[in-house]
Design a protein around this ligand. Structure first.
Ligand SMILES: Nc1nc2c(ncn2[C@@H]2O[C@H](COP(=O)(O)OP(=O)(O)OP(=O)(O)O)[C@@H](O)[C@H]2O)c(=O)[nH]1
Ligand SMILES: [Mg+2]
Length: 282
């Protein structure tokens, strides 16, 4: 279920009066990566500071917002959490178009997910905005220290569900869920499959931010979004938002709202109840 989270109490109350008046810079951020690597869980941790062991696969995409307060500015992330199943791949350009930032997520216990993440990075470098900030995110680091955890079972269960979905689509080999199922259950184990140094070297080479995270424990999550926020070129964003304020600005969520309708596959259930939240975990 995505109707999980009640916003943590007290976060909004921590704002200082002068900070409340500071106008946030809207920043479109898209999460990409193969199925079941934890994209939605990373967002859920960031937005609501929660984790679900058995998070269901995203259908289409979900929209959520969260503010991140830096010393110099407040960034309001407008987050598009895309579906990793291969059958949704063709929708992705709708979500990364005009995005200022992207987090490309893989599962550190699944090397195939790292390969797929790299192909998402390539796609972004070819087709997204040239100055997009890209972060490579190796998720599920908690599995390194947990043998036979319930989270492992949860991930496996979700993979099985993902496989059913893919059966409908005759496309089961194209998702990472296929690597996490049945006899390959060991792939979702406590063993690291993607060396940190290798991923970091790849990220450095491509000028990407790099983080290892755990949506389960919260490790690295705030750092991820804070470092992305710091790399957003605020001056450009300000100029852009000034020039469009009389037009697209009136649409609330800006151009995203139009694309949501156009896509027709957006699952707003996960984020709709939080889309207007002002809380900030940064
Ligand atoms: N142990 C552990 N499990 C995680 C972590 N993040 C996600 N999971 C589990 O992995 C499974 C998949 O998580 P999701 O967040 O739905 O993955 P996703 O990438 O959004 O998947 P799609 O929406 O299908 O693309 C769920 O069972 C989560 O509970 C993590 O950091 N650690
Ligand atoms: Mg998801």
């Amino acid at each position: 279920m995505t109707s999980n989270a009640t916003p943590p109490a007290g976060q909004q109350g921590s704002q200082q009066p002068d900070q409340q008046q500071q106008r946030p810079y809207q920043t479109k951020l898209v999460l990409l990566g193969p199925a079941a690597v934890g994209k939605s869980s990373v967002v859920l941790r960031f937005v609501s500071n929660e984790f679900q062991e058995n998070k269901e696969p995203t259908i289409g995409a979900a929209f959520l917002t969260q503010k991140c307060r830096l010393d110099s500015a407040v960034i309001k992330f407008e987050i598009w959490d895309t579906a990793g199943q291969e059958r949704f791949h063709s929708l992705a350009p709708m979500y990364y178009r005009n995005a200022q930032a992207s987090a490309v997520v893989y599962d550190i216990t699944n090397s195939s997910s790292f390969e797929k993440a790299k192909s998402w990075v390539k796609e972004l470098q070819r087709q997204a905005s040239p100055n997009i900030v890209i972060a490579l995110v190796g998720n599920k680091v908690d599995l390194l220290s947990e043998e036979g955890s319930s989270a492992t079972e949860g991930a496996q269960k979700q993979s099985e569900e993902g496989e059913e979905d893919e059966d409908d689509d005759d496309d089961e080999n194209e998702t990472v869920t296929g690597n996490n199922t049945g006899s390959a259950a060991a792939a979702v184990s406590s063993k690291r499959a993607v060396p940190k140094e290798e991923a970091k070297a790849y990220a450095d080479e491509g000028g990407l931010l790099f983080f290892e995270t755990s949506a389960k424990t919260g490790e690295g999550i705030v750092e991820l979004f804070t470092e992305i926020a710091k790399k957003i070129p605020i001056d450009q964003l300000a100029a852009q938002q000034r020039s469009t304020s009389g037009q697209a600005g009136q649409a609330g969520r800006g151009g995203n709202a139009g694309r949501t309708s156009a896509g027709g596959n957006v699952d707003l259930g996960a984020g709709g109840d939080r889309a207007g939240r002002d809380a900030c975990n940064c």
